[in-house]
Design a protein around this ligand. Structure first.
Ligand code: DI6
Ligand code: FE
Length: 372
């Protein structure tokens, strides 16, 4: 007996679940289930995966947004000590409960729009204690909202005030002190960086990624958002899970991503809010065979967006993705951008390698699904 049977999905399809695994997809079966849910002809999709967010932060930046409406640029505001640094100040000042309450509110909004997995980055603490606090807070979101959370350490987000004028010193602090603490507490599965002329150079990110890899962590990168900083190629060199933004990525960077199996994560919310007219090189990504994912980039500065469905819509209308690409980008490709994938064989060897495991997902004989 199955645990759950979804009946009357679009086309008269039924889907059965055993625990957290799909056990059957096909015509209405005769086998029974403990619970039956009729979806009355609706489409059933996998849960949406938001693979790039900055959900934990203190304060908001609505005042900065008003200044931008009046003509100030994002980079001007950052250069004047605002931008990410103003959120760092508010995050350091916030209590754990305040951080959790705000993050839970935003996670609940994402979940209401079909999201079941959320990646959450640190990067608004930039000191040892607050970075760890942010990651621990992110890990507590599932106590309040039915989502899985995957955490990423983003120490190399911007130079904090106490390291003013000494970006190299800050990177040494990240590599020698913060990253080892994050790794030993098991607080993150990946390490991110902001490679940009207003943030860190590719040499500085290179050091962070080398340290992360030595500690057994995967990497991903905010790459080529505001300028071509060689971010796509840098990410590929470190076999990054993903390179994100990519509006200004070069042809060589895209080729390197394809060779490294690095996913392109497009963030149309940030492009929309910044009124960025340049679109990411979608045709070149397609031609190179780089899988494209979509995420909200939910953050208080450039993307106060709490809807994956809206991110998918914007990816179609502004970046020219097809509907099928948007759905794959919010599910399968987004999961891969987090290093998550189901128990499926990806290499032929995996079928022969396991002793006694059954890798068979479904058998189709003469056009008919005969087992599942
Ligand atoms: N993600 C980021 O981390 C930066 N831009 C982006 O798309 C800046 C976030 C911020 O301004 O707080
Ligand atoms: Fe971001």
């Amino acid at each position: 007996m199955w645990d759950l049977l979804i009946t009357d999905a679009v086309g008269g399809t039924a889907i059965a679940l055993e625990g957290d695994r799909i056990a059957y997809v096909g015509k209405e079966p005769s086998q029974r289930a403990a619970e039956v849910l009729s979806v009355e002809g609706r489409l059933v999709t996998p849960g949406l995966v938001d693979c790039h967010t900055h959900l934990v932060f203190g304060g908001d930046r609505s005042g900065e947004w008003e200044r931008r409406l009046a003509g100030a640029s994002y980079e001007e505001i950052a250069a004047g000590g605002g931008g990410i640094r103003s959120t760092v100040q508010a995050t350091r000042a916030a209590t754990d409960d305040e951080l959790l309450t705000g993050a839970v509110r935003r996670a609940a909004a994402l979940a209401a729009g079909g999201v079941t997995t959320i990646e959450v980055k640190s990067g608004y603490g930039l000191d040892l204690e607050t970075e760890l606090r942010m990651l621990r807070t992110a890990r507590r979101i599932p106590e309040h909202v039915p989502v899985d959370v995957v955490t990423t350490f983003l120490g190399a987000h911007t130079v904090p005030p106490e390291f003013d004028g000494d970006a190299d010193g800050y990177i040494r602090f990240v590599c020698d002190t913060v990253l080892p603490a994050v790794a030993s507490e098991g607080l993150a599965t990946a390490v991110d960086g902001f490679c940009e002329r207003i943030a860190f150079t590719s040499e500085q990110i290179d050091q962070v990624f080398t340290t992360a890899t030595a500690l057994g962590l995967r990497v991903k990168l905010h790459a080529d958002q505001l300028s071509d900083s060689g971010g796509a190629a840098l990410a590929a060199r470190h076999r990054a899970l993903s390179a994100d933004h990519l509006e200004h990525a070069s042809a060589e960077g895209i080729a390197a991503m394809a060779a490294a199996g690095t996913i392109a994560v497009l963030l149309p919310g940030a492009a929309y809010v910044l009124r960025e007219e340049r679109v990411p090189p979608v045709d070149a990504l397609r031609a190179a065979g780089v899988p494209i994912a979509i995420a909200t980039d939910c953050n208080p500065g450039t993307s106060p967006l709490v809807s994956m469905l809206l991110a998918m819509h914007l990816a179609c209308t502004r970046f020219g993705l097809t509907v099928d690409e948007a759905i794959a980008g919010a599910t399968d490709h987004a999961a891969h951008a987090l290093g998550l994938h189901g128990p499926m064989a990806e290499r032929p060897a995996e079928i022969v390698y396991w002793l006694g495991a059954n890798p068979v997902h479904a058998v189709i004989k003469r056009g008919k699904v005969v087992t599942s």
